[in-house]
Design a protein around this ligand. Structure first.
Ligand code: CAO
Length: 555
């Protein structure tokens, strides 16, 4: 029986995602490209298709599991193993979670690894070593984070070491099952010392790069890394020094608090003052669950999380609506939950001001309509949104204050020298904001094609996380729906967002007569910490000017 082990392909930058649906049952026949599982990240859901015709022998994940690139998700018995062996190239499916955006030459995607061709999985036992800890000194092992029998992934913490300056999570250099823990608490370990015996399944995705993993277990580890910073993404094969001394803004002597980097990051994300949390781990080490329990009890008691950011908002009382009539309770999609959290965070954190104006788009609409025959030839529909994206990019270029973000330290702002425009898209699963990259460098045809591609991917739930990252400014267009105006919520850490309503013919006084002009209502919300009213006035005036006469965009 030839077995194909299907793995999670490139997630376009997402570190881990949740399995929300298993699309087949054990024993089911599946065809190449048929969905095996559906994954959902903070921002999008994506299908993982079968790379081959066959039948499902076993799922290696369950709904609700969190997975990352390279994780094995299912075993497929290959339908025609002989043919595959003869013609491997034609039998391997591209693990196409989401198609790459069209005409996107600038963005370099990480290569998608094709699944391993058909082979029987074999196992071997290998020793996970302490990678380079950046020092010749031995440090004490203070915590063993796994147990014999546990399934570990490469990069997952095996043990925790503690020097007099920092604690370090030692990640596994192998993926597999823990057969034996060689080191014990209290041992002094240094670079290259043995930590655990791992049973590695080769020929499967559990060893994303078996030769590499083997080399790591047998030879000296990689050269000394630069010291890990609190906010720097951690290379998976290096031990992670907890930022015990130069920690990010956690209140009250966080240097003396006994917690690892992941816990510190979680506490920062949730605004939890670690000094108020009791650790339940060995030697009082604070665990993620301690933070979660702390937040739960803070919310239940209506209190705050101790960082000083709690603002004592009175809770909305829970009401039993069934007393008033028939009801049903429907689970929010992950995107809806994330949107709710983001909106509340942005609404509470950003001091909003919204400025309104109308742009005279009479001539722009005449020009846009004149593009219709050419658009039909190209197969591209040009809507007002493409011109708004182009105009917003020009306005950002002329008013760079709107292309800033406040730095996390509260002492600086970041000035961006690229212009990417986010576009809110209404989808059945919720609101998503794909990003049109380098909008200032693209023409209307290219932007229109991007708008169509991104809106289609968004509605099909096929956007990659990278499609939604890197925005500088957002446009939320309700123009196709109606309304005279609205106040959009800033998509922080961006500092401005343009809400576009439906254009209407209005009588406009030209000095001697009323003229019928097509007027487009605009609402510009901005973060008043970064943008002054004067900046916003200039931005809006410029935007209205170029929409009223797009020749100004060429100047
Ligand atoms: N005034 C009048 N008509 C407008 C218009 C405007 N401001 N903007 C678009 N239209 C018209 C177009 O001309 C087109 O008409 P025809 O079909 O007759 O040519 C029609 O509306 C097309 O609208 P569309 O929505 O299909 O395409 P779009 O390019 O205008 O917008 C997108 C694309 C993705 C922005 C939009 O579909 C969408 O999802 N908008 C919702 C955004 C949203 O939810 N914002 C709220 C976020 S906060 O909750």
């Amino acid at each position: 029986m030839a077995i194909e082990i299907v793995t999670i392909p490139d997630l376009g930058g997402a570190e881990s995602v949740e399995v929300i649906e298993l699309c087949a049952a054990v024993g089911d026949a599946v065809e190449q490209e048929e969905s095996l599982v559906v994954l959902e990240s903070d921002k999008a859901s994506m299908d993982v298709p079968s790379p081959i015709d066959g039948s499902v022998v076993k799922y290696l994940v369950a709904e609700g599991d969190t997975v990352k690139v390279g994780d094995a998700i299912a075993e497929i018995e290959i339908a025609n193993a002989q043919a595959l062996a003869e013609e491997p190239a034609t039998q391997q499916a591209e693990p196409e979670v989401t198609p790459a955006p069209i005409e996107e030459p600038v963005v370099e995607e990480a290569p998608i690894e094709a699944p391993v061709a058909s082979q029987e999985a074999t196992t071997s036992e290998q020793i996970a070593l302490v990678p380079d800890i950046g020092s010749d000194d031995k440090v004490e092992l203070i915590e063993i984070s796994v147990a014999v029998g546990d399934q570990v992934e490469e990069g997952e913490t095996l043990v925790v070491l503690e020097s007099d300056k920092a604690t370090m999570d030692v990640p596994s250099t192998l993926s597999g099952t823990v057969k034996q823990i060689i080191a014990k608490e209290g041992d002094k370990l240094g670079t290259g010392d043995q930590v655990a015996l791992i049973e590695v399944t080769s020929g499967s995705a559990l060893t994303p790069s078996e030769p590499e993993a083997k080399a790591e277990s047998e030879s000296a580890p990689a050269p000394t890394p630069a010291p890990a910073q609190a906010e720097t993404p951690v290379p998976p094969k290096q031990p992670v020094a907890a930022p015990a001394v130069n920690s990010a803004p956690v209140a009250n002597d966080s240097a003396e608090i006994y917690a690892g980097p992941a816990v510190r990051m979680l506490s920062r994300e949730l605004g939890v003052d670690l000094s108020q949390v009791s650790g339940t781990g060995p030697k009082g080490r604070i665990q993620k669950d301690d933070i979660n329990n702390f937040v739960k009890s803070a919310l239940q008691s209506g209190g705050n999380t101790g960082s000083g950011s709690g603002i004592g908002i009175p809770q909305v009382p829970a009401i039993d609506f069934s007393q008033f009539g028939d009801i049903e309770t429907v689970k929010l999609s992950k995107i809806q939950k994330i949107t709710a959290d983001n909106m509340q965070r942005n609404w509470l954190n950003v001091p909003h001001v919204t400025q309104f104006d109308d742009a005279d788009i009479t001539d722009l609409e005449t020009f846009r309509k004149s593009l219709k025959p050419e658009g039909e030839k190209r197969g591209i529909k040009v809507t007002p949104v493409a011109f708004l994206i182009k105009a917003a990019a020009a306005a950002l270029s002329a008013n760079p204050e709107f292309n800033r973000s406040l730095a996390g330290d509260g002492e600086n702002y970041v000035q961006k020298h690229y212009i990417n425009i986010g576009m809110a898209v209404d989808t059945p699963r919720g609101l998503v904001v794909p990003v049109i990259k380098d909008a200032d460098k693209k023409g209307i045809w290219e932007i229109s094609a991007d708008v169509i591609t991104m809106a289609t991917l968004a509605r099909e739930g096929k956007l990659k996380p990278s499609d939604m990252q890197g925005g500088c400014f957002t446009i939320s267009s309700l123009g196709a729906m109606g309304g005279n105006g609205f106040t959009p919520i800033v998509n922080s850490p961006e500092v401005g967002i343009l809400g576009v309503s439906k254009s209407q013919m209005k009588p406009i006084w030209d000095g001697s007569d009323f003229q019928p002009r097509l007027m487009l209502p605009l609402g510009l919300s901005y973060d008043h910490r970064v943008i002054n009213g004067g900046d916003a006035g200039r931005f809006m005036t410029y935007l209205v000017k170029i929409l009223s006469d797009i020749r100004h965009m060429t100047l």
